[in-house]
Write a protein of this length. Sequence first.
Length: 391
Amino acid sequence: MGIVDLQDHKKLEILRSQIEGFKVSDVMDTEYPTLDPEDRVKDALAMMKKSGYQDIPVIENGNYVAMMSYGSLLKKKGINGDSKIRNLMSGAPTVADSDSLMDVSEKMVSNNSRQIAVVSGNSKKKVIGVVSRGAIVEVVSSLKTINEIKVWEVMTNPVEYVKDDDTLDKAIELMRSLDIRTVPVVMGDGKVKGVIGMKEVIDNNWTDGYRSLADMNDIKISVSSVCTNNAESVSWDSDIETAAEIMCKNGISTLPVLESGSAVGVITQYDILEIVAACRQREMLFVQLSGLSDSDKEYSDQIYEYIQSEISKISKVGTPSSLTFHYGKYNEGGDRQKYSVSGRLALDSEVFTAKEVGWDIAKVSNDLMKKLTAAVMERKDAKDTYRKRKK
């Protein structure tokens, strides 16, 4: 984030004070779609297509129980359209209408949510509205201080993309592996053709004729046949205000960042929400290790030592606010279990993610932490390159 890079805390305070003037109640939708746990997958997809929502509250007996999202469908394979959504919905967090935009932005970032349910202060199970990323981005576009932050300071690079002649199943697999829902489509000469997202995949390919979503993982049609063409874009040296205005005007969430017509990065609504979340004041790093079995917890001290060692390096280039490791196990033949660990580090206005797999939980944890450190340093080098070019 430019504010942190420049070490100009006065700008940070000004931006924070501007954002603090808005509450969830100022931006939430009071008319919104809902689903029932007994609804089917194809009912949910039809609702998403009709409403434009990618995350829809699931209500049972008048009470909020979970969210149903594109993301849940993206992570699953072999889902039948007639399956009940009860087994697919996720327990996403909620917010109150009195919460600040910094609070809700942090929850959206940490849970990769497009929409979050707003619940009544008197009854935390009664939904009174929904707040969307786009609504927060629209507020950001009106803040004067935001035009002092440049696109190159928050964009994601290098660019993860698919080629226009790639097949659709490749785009789906890339989105699944990166836990994202939109990627740029690039032509052979490096120029951006458009954007492909889960919305386009489902809008163009989901029909009752598909027996399951697994069918969508083997679609051999070209990406160019379903992607959005002539995608809106932004220059790498534009300001965030310009990017936010383009997103709001066109109702889009992703902008390829261009230089001389070629993609050098991507900026999304997610990136802009990270700026808002970064304005929240914090006093210490929050670390959470989840998914550890009782037998694995004996390694916690060793894992924390690895974390502390790498965080000391990371803290020299930014201010980490939260770090989460989630552990899973699976059998890969025989009786031994392999560890699969995913990590998520919030640093200033950005979130870094990484995954690692291995037999030794301590080594896997150490390797994962080193991956996060390497990603932070690589991002710093990329920023330094653009900063020098601006001079």
